[in-house]
Design a binder for this molecule. Structure first.
Ligand SMILES: [Zn+2]
Ligand SMILES: [Zn+2]
Length: 135
């Protein structure tokens, strides 16, 4: 798979705190201007799918009906899990889910996609890539 490397010093690199073990996870966060929505995490791992083709459906309004419609189209993840509206990334240290998706309907319009170091992004209009954060 293609690998995209981000330097640790970039402004889009930060730490995602795990409330279960209190450790920090290195993560890349897309800028709001990239409009990376709607995106959904895998039920088992930290991979994320970006459904740009569904963006026009939720651009002005996100509703439970639209969420259900889009959720029905989400595929399986190569890890054996499934992309799903309520999942979040998993802590690198303790593997607990980090609850960044608090409201799945509002999350449909969240342009800030958080990708943990080592996780893969599956954009519907581009080839998938793995995010690696390097020094
Ligand atoms: Zn943890
Ligand atoms: Zn997965």
């Amino acid at each position: 798979m293609k690998v995209v490397e981000y330097e640790r010093s970039l402004q889009w690199i930060g730490h995602l705190h795990c409330p279960a073990c209190q450790q920090n996870n290195l993560a890349w966060r897309s800028s709001g201007m990239s409009e990376a929505f709607p995106h959904f995490y895998c039920s088992l791992c930290s991979n994320v799918i970006l459904q740009r083709k569904a963006q026009e459906l939720v651009y002005y309004e996100a509703t439970p009906e639209l969420l259900a419609r889009i959720a029905a189209t989400l595929p399986a993840c190569p890890c054996g899990g499934h992309f799903t509206p309520t999942a979040g990334p998993k802590c690198h240290w303790c593997h607990h889910e980090i609850p960044i998706v608090r409201d799945p309907v509002a999350h449909l319009q969240n342009p800030n996609m958080v990708v943990l170091n080592g996780a893969c992004v599956f954009p519907d209009e581009r080839e998938p890539y793995q995010v690696r954060i390097v020094d």
